[in-house]
Design a protein around this ligand. Sequence first.
Ligand SMILES: [Zn+2]
Length: 282
Amino acid sequence: MLPILFGMPEGPEIRRAADRIERAVRGEVADQVTFAFPHLQPFEARLRGRVVEAVETRGKAILVRFEGDLSVYAHSQLYGRWYVVRRGKFPQTNRSLRFAIHNQEKSALLYSASEIDVLTPAEVERHPFLSKLGPDVLSSGLDASALYARLSDPRFARRALHALLLDQAFVAGLGNYLRSEVLFDAGLHPSVRLGELSDDDLRMLARSILRVTRQAYRTGGVTNSASRVKALKAQGLRRAEYRHHVFTRGGRPCWSCGEAILRQVLGGRKIFHCPECQPLVR
Ligand SMILES: [Zn+2]
């Protein structure tokens, strides 16, 4: 059995994992809750018998909200693995189980995660990681005009786009593949500073951030356009080949213009762009 969340997930992957967990536990009484960490075990009795009300995402963290006032915060980092199974059907794994919710039919299991906590609403508000996060790209409350207003804020003006888009304090949920794909969608060079963009560019970038991230959520990580994906599949290409516009496509021809995609390392992470479709000077 494969875990439903592994590797270095970005917002769309986290939200899809949270959807799976939510389908298994939301609205159901958690008749058993277990923690591996001794300091959290006193909460087992307090959470037992409560209904799980929601499974929320905040950037790359998951919050399981229980009836009453407590939420379980879990940040999977690089190693955490979530599984949803029929109750008691534990997966074959050498990993250690850190947190489990069991109801009559299902179990949601988190293995190997390094950061787990139980928080009251006030503790969620002042949590050292959560309180620094910008608005979540996948939250239904964030629209293009709110994001445009944030992009226009002078405090971000000196930041280069490649750095800004990975900064979870700017917006939460973007990661490395989305950074490259959003900038291609907007036709913007990774090294341009936010303050150098025109008003139209800012509006376009706001729309691209939302469009590409929401598409990745719907498609399970495919950011290339639907019509191109269809055509490339018909030619027999594999998912890894048709999945993206530019990400991991260094040296290959741009699907739009045929120019070779450039690979760089910026901020310690790989980034890809098309020199023709995303020129530095326009
Ligand atoms: Zn191109």
